[in-house]
Design a protein around this ligand. Sequence first.
Ligand code: NAD
Length: 363
Amino acid sequence: MTYLFWSTPISWYNIIALTPIMSKTKHLVCTFYGVMPDMKSYLKTKLRGHRLTAVETTIDKQSCLNAETEILGVFVDSQVTAKIITALPKLKLIVTLSTGYDHIDLAAAKKRKIPVCNVPTYGENTVAQHALSLILALSRKLFPAVKRVKESVYDYHGLKGFDLKGRTIGIIGTGHIGIHLIEMLQGLSVTVLAFDVFPNKSLEKKGFKYVTLNEIYKKSDIISLHVPLLPSTHHLIDKKEIKKMKKGVYIINTARGGLINSEALVWGLETGQVAGAGLDVLESEDIIESPERLFTQTMNASRIKTNLMDNILIDHPATIVTPHSAFNSTEALQRIYDVTINNIKSFENGLTENDVTKPPKKS
Ligand code: NAD
């Protein structure tokens, strides 16, 4: 796309002179799924000139896809499968309104040389704040306390919490979000231990110490996960790992549901090995969000079992589960949409940014 700027008023002469350039301008067909209602008009304004369709629903809820789509925009709740990529023969770019991209079949996109652009750093403080909220809420039994008062029971018995002061908090993943959480924890008189496959020792001056995963499990009173979901991190926390943890540990997950084996966590909670969990993500959250998926896609026994376990986790008295809303602040949403629009504009100018199909650039 060509952008035109001029400081003098536009005359008929200008318009005639510019016609050949403007006629080259390609109005791309952009289809967005999972767009927040209050962000639709912003997207339309910023992508003016393109043929934009922006809907709130997920991609699988569409009875048919627009085969003319050249730019596909999705949120994490839309699974962009190989089948969907094949059904869009004109697709040139996929943009995701998120950091995580495990909902997109990268191999299928790569095969068609379609860049997949994410928003790498919109919400480090936002998601860290949500993780901290879950820690604070669990430590003071805030959710059952509020619920009780709302139900007209004004009684503190059975609501004994614990002090964070003096506790050890284990952070797995010291990327953008993990490090922000570490910074936020500094005012709470806690000891922070961390593990990362690529430790950056210079970060330790922020007030934590890198240790092994086993040490995290052995010493932490609270463990918070901040790693991406990859084949290597799938079920990072399973029964074996929970058994290694301190009895009465609290587990926080604002990263991805697949990092924890839901069945193992239910086991941990039922046996008392895990005292509580704060979860913003669940392994089968796609089914929880849209239960009809149980009937519309190929379901195997293991997925159905995971869904059952997730429902137990939701109802469990020792958990707080939020609906994948850690990203959802006014400021973070603005950043998500601005970076996504920029990803599209860069692509139009031949400078693809934040393409996760490419190896990261060395700094
Ligand atoms: P990031 O890429 O900045 O950091 C991830 C860190 O994890 C990196 O330092 C990496 O080295 C480390 N890592 C990778 N594999 C690991 C492993 N096996 N063990 C230990 N460390 C490992 O990512 P981020 O911005 O901090 O986000 C973390 C995750 O949070 C994202 O991948 C995304 O899935 C999730 N997220 C969730 C929400 C939400 O709304 N709940 C919002 C944004 C991001």
